[in-house]
Design a protein around this ligand. Structure first.
Ligand SMILES: [Zn+2]
Length: 382
């Protein structure tokens, strides 16, 4: 049955939240997104809408881990064993899973359980799948992640980054793929996440309420139209939804071919140094998110704009705790640089043919001494 949730493309404003979700849908290894905001700010609507927008997946019909029948490298131990025995795996098509994790979830419920007794008695491994099994190749939504047990959040972040769930008990282990888009939400008024956990969320977005009266009116109008007739409302947005879905699918295919230069790495490192971010997680996340953004825009190389758009999402939760104004000023500076690039892009599009591209000129100014040309030896595959 088709789920007629509120369409993703009908969400008014909240561009950063939508960008963060789309980039994670293109590459879940970005490490998820934490959405911070007050109640009633469309956080769960957006997550549900994203899952509904994503294409159906082909799965091994009777596998609890939604294994991909076309990709033995990403199969659970059971499916791989069946394949090795020469069994033909039954195939089914399912919507992209959306799994809502209850705040009371325990470790066993999340990772699943190994039946040790059975293993000892009969010498067979019996694994009871958990939430991570159901979420494989889908979206795992954790509302009020700050109220969840720290240890459980730790497990979720580990699995999201590694794409696999490994359960070990008394020398027996079972592993299955756990590639999922992790979306956590929290209301900052109800307590914060520990900084160690914050840093491990790939991206973070602070939702601000919509203040423009025109936009508020538009939100109300769309909400009413949707509640009156969800199917009819979906039909109005179908074209946009399908176009975005296709774009994400194409970006996923393009992603492995998106390269970067030594200079791109310098640009990223200069940013994280400027923002005094500790460790290297931010740098890696910015690179992955910039690559996903380039893929989304149909390119196989990253631009400074990709890097800045990624940094806007990868830095806010990693900035050292400073007086509030300093942090805001730093992020404002980032936004100004982005605006500058957008303006240059707009003027270069309008420029008559044959004129010097101002974007290129600007780029050359920040080039480090060892210039590497695009497509040259400096290019690295991800
Ligand atoms: Zn399987």
């Amino acid at each position: 049955m088709k789920r007629y949730v509120f369409p993703f493309t009908a969400i008014v404003n909240q561009e950063k939240m939508k960008r963060a979700l789309i980039l994670n849908a293109i590459n879940p290894a970005i490490g998820g997104v934490l959405i911070r905001g007050e109640r009633g700010t469309a956080k769960s609507t957006a997550a549900r809408a994203l899952a509904a927008l994503l294409p159906k997946i082909r799965v091994v019909a009777d596998c609890p881990f939604n294994c991909d029948p076309d990709n033995p490298a990403l199969m659970c131990d059971n499916c791989r064993a069946r394949l090795e025995r020469g069994e033909k795996l039954p195939v089914a098509e399912r919507p992209t899973p959306f799994v809502d994790l209850p705040v009371s979830a325990t470790e066993d419920r999340v990772v699943g359980t190994l039946d040790i007794e059975k293993a000892i008695k009969y010498g067979e491994r019996h694994f009871e799948p958990g939430v991570l099994a159901a979420a494989n190749r889908g979206l795992l939504y954790v509302d009020e992640v700050n109220l969840l047990d720290d240890h459980v959040v730790d497990l979720l972040l580990d699995a999201a980054a590694m794409g696999v769930n490994i359960v070990e008990r008394e020398g027996i282990s079972f592993s299955h793929p756990a590639h999922f888009i992790l979306v956590g939400t929290m209301n900052p008024e109800e307590g914060d996440l520990r900084p160690q956990l914050l840093d491990r969320f790939g991206l973070a977005v602070d939702i601000v309420g919509v203040h423009s009266p025109e936009e508020r009116v538009e939100i109300i109008k769309r909400r009413i139209a949707y509640e009156r007739d969800p199917l009819g409302f979906y039909e109005q947005w179908r074209e946009k939804e399908e176009a975005l879905s296709r774009r994400i699918v194409e970006a996923r295919k393009r992603l492995p071919f998106v390269t970067y230069t030594e200079r791109d790495l310098f640009t990223i490192a200069a940013l994280t140094a400027e923002f005094q971010v500790d460790g290297h997680r931010a740098d890696l996340t910015i690179l992955k998110a910039a690559q996903a953004h380039a893929a989304f825009e149909g390119r196989i190389y990253i631009s400074e704009r990709d890097i800045l758009l990624a940094a806007e999402l990868a830095l806010p939760h990693r900035l050292k705790r400073q007086p509030f104004q300093d942090t805001t000023a730093q992020l404002m500076h980032l936004e100004q640089r982005l605006q500058h690039i957008e303006e240059q892009m707009a003027s270069s599009e309008n420029a008559p043919a044959g004129e010097v591209d101002p974007t290129q000129e600007q780029v050359e100014e920040v080039t480090p001494k060892k210039v590497r040309t695009r497509g040259g030896p400096g290019r690295n595959a991800p």
